[in-house]
Ligand binder design. Structure first.
Ligand code: SAH
Ligand code: MG
Length: 206
């Protein structure tokens, strides 16, 4: 028996699981942006907020530095268990730690310093996540946030359904927070559901 199975087959199985079970894993248009940034950055210490079934965590692991360690936060015990089972079938079994519980609480328990953060959990909490993650960032950190253009409601004049109003307001707040902060250079990528890519600038550039 093989130690670990084919990685691409595992990823394809997860995509299928995501589709059949309506798990909002990063979509096929957003994923290339995530991979592009990770491949360029080659991070060593990653924080992911919103594990779901471990799909993006595995893709980040594969494309990061060889010594990468990932902390990933997930509220749902069931999803975390599914993620654990998938991750255990990969070569990154010992590189990914899942922390179960509310991300807003669990970020405060982390001690590590992170050179890459992927924000992809409760959309209404992005500003709070950013503020809590900030003290944990390395001087050259990158922060990537998924779904910041949320179904086209964040920019432009598409009428936003009532139930999304708070989410959209908070996502606009997140975009302002990272764009107005002169410690970071932020690019909003319109691919997929929109991604905010924020790069912390070297001190002499601020
Ligand atoms: N990053 C994953 C997808 C994450 S989907 C991928 O691309 O593969 C968003 C996840 O955030 C869901 O699994 C949801 O359960 C989780 N989530 C929602 N609210 C949360 C919270 N308050 N704390 C931690 N996780 C949360
Ligand atoms: Mg997402």
């Amino acid at each position: 028996m093989k130690e670990t199975e084919n990685f691409d087959d595992l990823i394809a199985e997860m995509e299928e699981y995501g589709r059949s079970n309506h798990v909002p894993i990063i979509n096929e248009k957003g994923m290339p942006v995530l991979l592009e940034v990770v491949r360029q950055k080659k991070p060593h210490r990653v924080l992911e907020i919103g594990t779901a079934i471990g799909y993006s965590a595995l893709l980040i692991a594969k494309n990061s530095a060889e010594d990468v360690e990932i902390d990933t936060l997930e509220l749902s015990e069931e999803r975390a268990a599914t993620a654990r089972a998938y991750i255990d079938r990969s070569p990154y079994k010992y590189r990914i730690r899942i922390h179960i519980g509310d991300a807003g609480e669990n970020i405060l328990k982390l001690h590590g310093s992170y050179d890459f953060v992927f924000i992809d959990a409760a959309k209404g909490q992005y500003p709070d996540y950013f503020r809590k993650v900030y003290p944990l960032l390395t001087e050259d950190a990158m922060v990537l946030a998924d779904n910041v253009l949320f179904r086209g409601y964040v920019r432009g004049d598409a009428e936003c359904p009532r139930r999304f109003k708070t989410i959209v307001k908070r996502l606009r707040e997140y975009i302002s927070l990272v764009s107005d902060n002169n410690e970071f250079e932020t690019v909003i990528r319109e691919d997929g559901d929109g991604l905010a890519v924020s790069r912390r600038l070297p001190k002499e550039n601020i």
